[in-house]
Design a protein around this ligand. Structure first.
Ligand SMILES: [Mn+2]
Length: 252
């Protein structure tokens, strides 16, 4: 995949966690996200939404979860203006299938993708399950992505299935994450380690990940950086690439 900028910019954001921790605060966040999308739409060459956009998402044969209607409307409007949008699944919404692709022409990536924008090489992904550690989650992810498990879950009535999933998600939810994970762990930042490992045999100018909920801008070797996009419950951070430089910015 190759993106031409034509004087425009590419934008990146992740971890909106729409739906969490409750409807009221999610609505306020949703409004803020729409304001951000309004503010960038005229200069957006493309928008990458890098996982955990929804705190829970599951696509049944004929049913998708209620809610987020203004966000979805805004996304649809941007697509109708022909602005490319890319979704990534995160660990909270890894059950996205082809709904967004069929309805809106938005590709949904389950794994990191390589991308060239102007003359810079990007590796972009949510970041869950990459690098060392996080072994409990790596086992869970095997279960969550198992097609037999998904098939079984799909036959639970959505009113029950979604309620159960939201309870579960609440136990690992952003509020918990932020309690324990809001501090920079130095050399133990496992996504940073992951970038360094990749960089040993391949070169990317920019490694862009979410999942960590902490905005980061760290060197990976001499001419390469790892950026973490932060999240939208407390930080309201996003990435912006103008063809020359990648920056983490805060939406006010
Ligand atoms: Mn997240």
């Amino acid at each position: 995949m190759n993106i031409q900028l034509h004087q425009k910019k590419v934008f990146f954001a992740s971890d909106f966690h729409l739906g969490a921790p409750d409807e009221k605060s999610s609505k306020i966040r949703e409004d803020k996200i729409i304001q951000w999308l309004n503010s960038i739409e005229d200069e957006a060459a493309a928008i990458f939404l890098v996982g955990d956009i929804f705190d829970f998402w599951f696509e049944y044969e004929k049913v998708v979860p209620k809610g987020f209607i203004r966000f979805l409307g805004k996304i649809a409007q941007l697509r109708d203006k022909n602005i490319p949008i890319c979704f990534f699944t995160g660990n909270h919404d890894l059950w996205m299938k082809n709904y967004f692709t069929d309805e809106l022409g938005i590709p949904v990536h389950q794994n990191p993708i390589e991308l060239q924008i102007e003359n810079k090489k990007f590796l972009i992904g949510h970041g869950d399950g990459l690098g060392p550690g996080d072994n409990r989650y790596k086992i869970l992810k095997k279960i969550f992505t198992n097609s037999a498990c998904q098939w079984l879950f799909k036959w639970v009535h959505p009113d029950l299935g979604i309620k159960f999933a939201q309870k579960w998600s609440g136990s690992s939810r952003i509020t918990n994450d932020l309690k324990n994970e809001n501090e920079f762990k130095g050399e133990d930042e496992w996504l940073w380690q992951y970038c360094k490992t990749i960089q040993e045999h391949r070169h990317f100018d920019y490694y862009i990940f979410g999942h960590r909920h902490l905005p980061l801008d760290l060197p990976v070797g001499k001419s390469s950086r790892y950026f973490n996009l932060g999240e939208w419950v407390n930080h309201f951070t996003y990435g912006e690439f103008d063809g020359k430089e990648f920056k983490i910015k805060t939406f006010q």
